[in-house]
Design a binder for this molecule. Sequence first.
Ligand code: PMV
Length: 326
Amino acid sequence: MKKVTVSAPGKLMVLGEHAVVYNRPCIVTAVDSRIKVTVEQRKDRIVEILAQQINNKPFRRPIYELNNGRDEEIPKEVKFVCKAVESFIKDNTIDGGLTITTESDFSHRYGFGSSSAVTVATLKGLSELYSIGYTERQIFDLAYEVTLDIQGVGSGFDIAAAVYGGTLYFVTGGKRIEKITDKKLPLVVGYTGVKADTPTLVRQVAELKKEKPDLVENIFKNIEELVKMGREYIKEEKWKYLGDLFKVNQKTLYELGVSTTKLDVMCKEAESNGAYGAKLSGAGGGDCMVALVSKEKQKRVEKAIESVGGKIIPVTTSAEGVRIEK
Ligand code: PMV
């Protein structure tokens, strides 16, 4: 039976997290840690999903009962694959069933956007398998719907990175998606060892916004400004200036209450060892921080982050978007 393998990259938020949930722009870069999804037709009406990263027990359901009210029991990554299939078969009639295998280069604990990458790769794989020819924009819109359905919140920046790759200027819901560059950014990534729960942090910021609307609006306005400046500095490769923006952005995220002592310490340590600037990346509460570093200072900064308990995750940025694998 026909079979296709597709891969999509993970992501790192460069500047603008949280504000991007409220109609502000952000900058996101795709990372070359990828999720690979193989979709294969089968004769029976079963969908079988094998998510190597989660466990090795296949998940099996009749194709028209993917969402039958038992969703709570489904592992997270499998949930996104199921919803992507559901969304695909709503628009396209298919005979038989599917076997879907997912493999990941990275731990879902890093906050690299495994859910959005797996959703994008599944939709692209199905589009290819049934010769539908979805455009990048169609895949973005469908995948965004899937993640909103499951998580209820989110700007869609991670989906844009998985679809388009590179480093992007992105506005909430994909109102604007512009490629800034395909060139690499000199980033060092440190993992805190703590898994963050993005929806919880987004709701926490929403609460603060309700309590102190002026303060939060002001913070978001500042973030918008620094994102716009950051876009220019990336184009011009002015890393020192971009580093200064990292520092300011980290300060605003601290004020929003989403940083943690571990993240603060890792950023401080990176900066006092020669990084141009450092900040948390993503929702906060854990996951990763990023430091902007010259080649000469890279080793020293990496050691400094490790000395305070961070784990260096080697990544290449501005990675290629979703693609068919040989
Ligand atoms: O936690 P992450 O890496 O998925 O990033 C979340 C970024 C937010 O701006 C807080 C939410 C969003 O969807 O943009």
